[in-house]
Design a protein around this ligand. Structure first.
Ligand code: SF4
Length: 705
């Protein structure tokens, strides 16, 4: 008799983090459905998640370790990587090596990568593609709260009377949260939804108000809201007095940002702005949900803080239905943040610039070479590869030749690098072409570990498929290389459960301040001693998980306690500014982003044919008036150019665009056609605080072909 087994796991795509029930027969995945018991999706799956079963074949998989394009066995590959890295470190120092990882890998993979680089090799040159996604929100959280804390939970979005989506096309980028919001709106039609976005996106379908603001002007808009709240006395003075610092400076800072001025700065009508401000002021239960449109900016951190200021000043935080909410792009961007997987983080939400934290981590890891300073963030890291400062880079589960800004420069950098190691499950990414060493990794369905979604919920990704014979887990590959570099004891993990227990123990290590409270927000010490069976059966749970919150915590700051020295939140005064490069009169603004049915560089979603039915080819979305002026016809070929770099796709004429902008999906690569990598046109401009690139605003010239 053929038996069918149901194994619960988590979707590998976006930061929503939906639970997935997989049906497995004779080792084959035959169907997927949304887990009814998972609190995030309660049985739902979006179109990408429901096509997962079509993406798991071994076709197109990297099947053997390779050195210089020749198949080798694992032992040879491990020793080769270890010896090469050791040689480079001996000759040029630890900062001559780098690792560039991904929000796709599991927390356990991330943990050992961070431990190896920052504790044992002794460099913080470990960064991640999550840098491109949410690092501005991280910096904004830290400035305001003293910690990288997402205060609320998804339930708040349903409980709110007003939900503001800013820089977020929730309908396409986070579909299940959009569905939850749409259902709440259908049940309570008085609930208000506002979309603030230069584009009229699919999220506007359920909105009461859309503000198509001038691209990049969000900082003006939220400073204008702060001004309005103060001027109309719609602030929570008790909350400010008890729990916040810096109100006087903030109040002075926004004095000039009147409604009239803000309407001019943002190129929106005074009337719509006044509606937004009035609704914010009059709804206690307000959620402001922000994503890449805010973060991917040269002033992304300031924009995040301008949003948080509005919530703090009106006490709309830490309460049901009231919170600023950064929603992350990737399935495990949050897990990466928790282990310290960014070049400016240490581990377990401890800071690299804090001697006390350095001392703790050094002792906990018994680390011989604990790093003492920040490493290079993604854009600077690849610059350093290009100029020879970094001589070896290990790229894990990401495709920077397509996804990084100024993507042609990444090609040139990798072509000149002494040692490029690429761990991937796919055999044909654009980045693999530059690899000296290719390491075949396991992927979704074969990997086993945990991820954390945007509401701090840790969920299990479980193994239910047998990997190709030579594919290996990322954590295992990293540990085997570490052992051959002489760090045997510290990387002698037998399983992902072993790693998770150490990660959980580190999170609670000496985590008290002088007042006896937790010094750090991220603390899952309650899971530090779970058995293998408990780990296997771990139910989705929101951190922290410790003696105070053994079953997790829905909301932070409900007690008015923040993680700053004074326990008070900080108002951050900002000077709003437009993107670094304005478009000349003969240019348009290029905005790159996701479409509904594809994920990143399509190495997985590209395998499911039905996901191409929505949008099958790259396209340039352009306003009808702009198209008419430039003699561009719908579906005709169009060229975008900047700095001698060209992108070619078909026009999609749509009044969802502003007349000054075009939108281009970021997914396609040169595998599809030449000139198909949208991010090659993006200038490598970064936020100076977060290092997050300005993907949403690149001037380009446009012409029909
Ligand atoms: Fe997966 Fe995100 Fe869709 Fe949920 S919303 S099924 S996590 S892609």
């Amino acid at each position: 008799m053929i038996t069918t087994e149901t194994i619960k796991t988590t979707c590998p795509y976006c930061g929503v983090g939906c639970g997935v029930d997989t049906k497995v027969q004779q080792g084959n995945l035959i169907a997927v459905s949304g887990s009814k018991e998972h609190p995030t999706n309660q049985g739902r799956l979006c179109v990408k998640g429901s096509a997962l079963a079509e993406t798991v074949s071994h076709q197109g998989r990297l099947l053997s370790p390779k050195i210089a394009n020749k198949n080798v066995d694992w032992n040879t590959a491990y020793s080769h990587v270890a010896n090469k890295l050791s040689d480079i470190i001996e000759k040029h120092g630890p900062d001559a090596v780098a690792m560039y990882v991904s929000g796709q890998i599991l927390t356990e993979d991330y943990y050992v990568a961070n431990k190896l680089m920052k504790g044992f090799i002794g460099t913080a040159n470990l960064d991640t593609n999550s840098r491109l996604c949410m690092s501005s929100a991280v910096a904004a959280h830290k400035r305001a709260f003293g910690s990288d804390t997402v205060p609320g939970c998804y339930e708040d979005i349903e409980l709110a009377d007003l939900v503001i989506l800013t820089g977020s096309n929730l309908a396409w980028a986070h579909p299940i949260i959009y569905q939850r919001l749409a259902k709440a709106k259908a049940e309570r039609p008085d609930m208000k939804i506002i979309v603030i976005d230069p584009r009229k996106t699919a999220s506007c379908d359920i909105a009461d108000l859309h503000l198509p603001l001038k691209p990049g002007s969000d900082g003006f808009l939220f400073n204008g809201l702060t001004h309005y709240l103060i001027a109309s006395n719609k602030i929570d003075q008790t909350f400010i007095d008890l729990h916040c610092e810096g109100f006087e400076d903030l109040s002075e800072n926004v004095q000039q940002q009147t409604l009239v001025q803000t309407a001019l700065d943002c190129d929106v009508s005074e009337e719509s702005l006044k509606t937004l401000y009035h609704w914010f002021a009059s709804n206690e239960r307000t959620v402001t949900l922000f994503s890449q449109g805010i973060n991917q900016s040269s002033s992304g951190v300031d924009k995040g803080n301008a949003i948080i200021n509005c919530h703090l000043i009106s006490g709309k935080i830490g309460k049901p239905g009231a919170t600023p909410f950064s929603i992350t792009g990737q399935p495990n961007a949050m897990g990466g943040r928790e282990v310290g997987g960014l070049a400016n983080q240490l581990a377990a939400h401890m800071e690299l610039n804090n001697p006390n934290s350095l001392n703790k981590v050094k002792r906990f890891w018994n680390a011989p070479n604990l790093v003492q300073k920040e490493g290079l963030k993604a854009v600077d890291m690849f610059d350093a590869v290009g100029n020879g400062q970094i001589k070896a880079i290990w790229i894990i589960a990401t495709n920077p030749v397509v996804s990084m800004p100024d993507a042609d420069k990444i090609k040139q950098a990798l072509a000149h690098c002494d040692l490029v190691i690429v761990s991937d499950s796919s055999d044909s990414t654009d980045t693999l072409q530059f690899a000296d060493v290719c390491l075949p990794a396991t992927t979704w369905g074969e990997k086993d570990g945990t991820t954390t979604n945007s509401e701090r919920r840790i969920s299990r990704q479980r193994r239910f498929l047998t990997p190709p014979k030579k594919a290996q887990d990322d954590w295992k590959i990293i540990c085997e290389v570490a052992k051959r570099m002489g760090f045997n004891e510290a990387f002698n993990f037998a399983s992902s459960a072993d790693i998770f227990r150490e990660h959980a123990a580190l999170s609670g290590f000496e985590n008290t301040n002088t007042r006896g409270n937790n010094e750090r927000d991220f603390d899952i010490s309650g899971l530090a001693e779970i058995s293998n069976l408990e780990y296997q059966n771990l139910e989705p749970i929101q951190w922290p998980i410790n003696s105070t919150y053994p079953k997790g915590r829905k909301r932070f700051f409900d007690d008015g306690q923040f993680y700053t020295a004074s326990n008070k939140a900080h108002f951050i005064t900002i000077t709003p500014r437009l993107p670094t490069y304005a478009a000349d009169c003969d240019q348009l603004i290029l905005n790159t982003g996701r479409i509904r049915d594809q994920w990143h560089t399509m190495t997985r979603t590209g395998k499911a044919h039905r996901l191409l039915e929505h949008i099958a080819t790259p396209q340039i979305e352009i306003h009808p008036d702009t198209a008419a002026k430039l003699l561009i016809k719908n579906t005709s070929l169009v060229s975008l150019k900047d700095r001698g770099i060209e992108y070619i796709a078909r026009a999609n004429i749509s009044d969802s665009q502003r007349k000054d902008s075009v939108f281009v999906p970021m997914h396609w690569s040169d595998e599809f056609a030449s000139h198909a990598r949208a991010n090659s046109l993006v200038r490598p401009i970064q936020d100076t605080l977060s290092g997050q690139p300005e993907f949403k605003h690149s001037p380009v010239t446009i012409k029909p072909l």
